[in-house]
Ligand binder design. Sequence first.
Ligand code: CA
Length: 236
Amino acid sequence: MSAKKVLVVEDEFSIREMLRLALEMSDFECVEAQDIHEAYRFITDDAPDIVLLDWMLPGGSGIELLRRLKKEEALQSLPVIMLTAKTQEDNIIQGLEVGADDYMTKPFVPRELIARIKALLRRTSSDQEGDALKVGDLVLDIVSHRVLLENKPLEMGPTEFRLLHFFMTNPERVYSRAQLLDRVWGANVYVEERTVDVHIRRLRKALHAANAAYVDLIQTVRGTGYRFSPRDLSVS
Ligand code: CA
């Protein structure tokens, strides 16, 4: 297997250097950009497998780049981990809502970041075999990594895809947020439980945009968690 390419977008030399060393020690290939314009060029020309994106950058913030990526069909499924010195909940949630798959607040331990990169790559690039999963007119194609509802492609990020894949293969069972984190995000990654709610909301939004009836597939079970229930889908 060839080395996965990680794009580090960070203006501080010492942090870039630390990340490059940590990545190379873990057999990743590392490319570096100092601002979002350089980063965008790397992304379009160099096709990295994952992006580590600093929030505070000169000449345009990381969130601006993230918005731009999410608008482009060819780039919107590129996994992104936000790096931020800001610990305020607002910024983290904003990043997740715009489409980041994960985040780390500085200062962080490189080993934990590497674990998160591996987990994110695992959940975005595995499942390359097998057929399509189907519920009503909702089709999740594992090979092409696309989700279709009534033959129209749904726009969703890699984490929503993985979450939907998990639900479709484990229907009619209630999962707590902790269980979903464990099964969808990976057991060795520490992510706060509210992250699950953000991705559930995004998944519901994607379903709602195509056919409002399909939102009911993902049920909130009060005090417990979430359940994927095709049984109650009125259109199937
Ligand atoms: Ca910075």
